[in-house]
Design a protein around this ligand. Structure first.
Ligand code: GZL
Length: 326
């Protein structure tokens, strides 16, 4: 009997001690990884290409303004369209130990070494806007447009404008960049065989270079040119100036199809100088930070998150212009 009561006392004491300790202190968190970060904990390094176009200006504004709205600690750099500057910026973010790196690769190649350094440092990388040609394990995801589809849409629009055929020139984007490569090939998938591309040169996505190259086209081919395919609106707007200075009517004598759908394109369509602009959405900030947080918290992301885009025409450009965000 005595043994039994002693045993019961010991048991009751054990239950009492355990009951108090478990009742008093918080239950120990399960042995898990570091606590999940919130948006305001996030430190982001962003290596932007430059400020070459209206599109890029809007894209930068979206990245920077969204960071302010979300209280994200954003470290931002402008590479003036030089790959070496983007690589240096990414290395500085690795050295700073940011949580995540975002960048828009100015060209598709030459990124494997620096992205491997980011991976070795345990920092996820998100490609935004443009894509780099690197192994899948070197980036968390790619957020951007389907540039090939944009090119296909442009080819279909040129077929409508030049239904009886014609001779066109092409202003290509930055040589080696994903949008230039893909808009070039997408256009050739759909443009009709009765439309001959008599020349194709890079205007580097800028107004100034677009005007310069168009002046050279006009000098060489003159009135032979009946259409222009520009890989972005900034080059198209530069070309419009060259066409007018040459004495022809842009949008009438030379039909023009462009890509981006920036405000300047809507203004040119309202003035009857541009016939079509295919949208390429620069407002990627909100999606970028949402993906960045998920990557930092260890979530595996899809290889590609495509943006939604449309096509715009002169007939309702004046009505839509006030609503355009870029
Ligand atoms: C496309 C983007 C391109 C735009 C240009 O996503 O990379 O770069 O079409 C910009 O206007 O310069």
């Amino acid at each position: 009997m005595k043994k039994f009561s002693l045993l019961m006392i010991a048991l009751l004491m054990f239950v009492f001690v355990v009951g108090c300790s478990s009742g008093g202190a918080e239950p120990a968190a399960p042995a898990a990884d570091a606590a999940a970060k919130n948006m305001e904990d996030l430190v982001v390094g962003y290596a932007q290409i430059g400020a070459e176009s209206e599109w890029r200006t809007a894209n930068t504004a979206s990245i920077q303004e969204t960071a302010k709205t979300l209280n994200v600690d954003l470290r931002f750099s402008d590479a003036q369209q030089k790959q070496e500057n983007q690589i240096a910026a990414i290395r500085s973010y690795i050295a700073e130990g940011v949580d995540v790196i975002g960048f828009s690769p100015v060209v598709e190649t030459g990124w494997e070494t620096v992205l491997q350094e980011a991976k070795d440092a345990g920092i996820p990388v998100i490609m935004v806007d443009r894509r780099a040609d690197v192994p899948r394990e070197l980036y968390a995801t790619y957020l951007g447009s389907d540039f090939v589809e944009e090119g296909r849409k442009a080819g279909n629009e040129m077929n409508t404008l030049l239904s009886d055929g014609g001779k066109i020139v092409e202003l290509v984007g930055t040589v080696g960049s994903a949008p230039a490569n893909d808009r070039y090939s997408g256009f050739r998938e759909t443009v009709n065989s009765n439309i001959e591309i008599i020349d194709s040169q890079s205007g580097d996505f800028t107004r100034a270079k677009g005007k310069e190259v168009m002046e050279a086209f006009l000098k060489k081919y003159g009135n032979e040119i009946t259409g222009l395919y520009a890989h972005n609106d900034d080059m198209a707007i530069g070309a419009i100036q060259a066409i007018e200075e040459f004495g022809l009517k842009p949008g009438v004598d030379i039909k023009i199809v462009s890509i981006d759908a920036v405000r300047g394109a809507f203004e040119a369509m309202i003035a009857g100088k541009l016939n079509v602009t295919v949208e390429c959405n620069p407002l990627l900030g909100p999606q970028f930070y949402e993906l960045a947080l998920r990557a930092v918290n260890g979530e595996s992301l899809p290889e590609w998150v495509p943006s939604e885009e449309s096509v715009y025409y002169p007939d309702n450009a004046a009505e839509l212009l006030p609503q355009r965000q870029y």
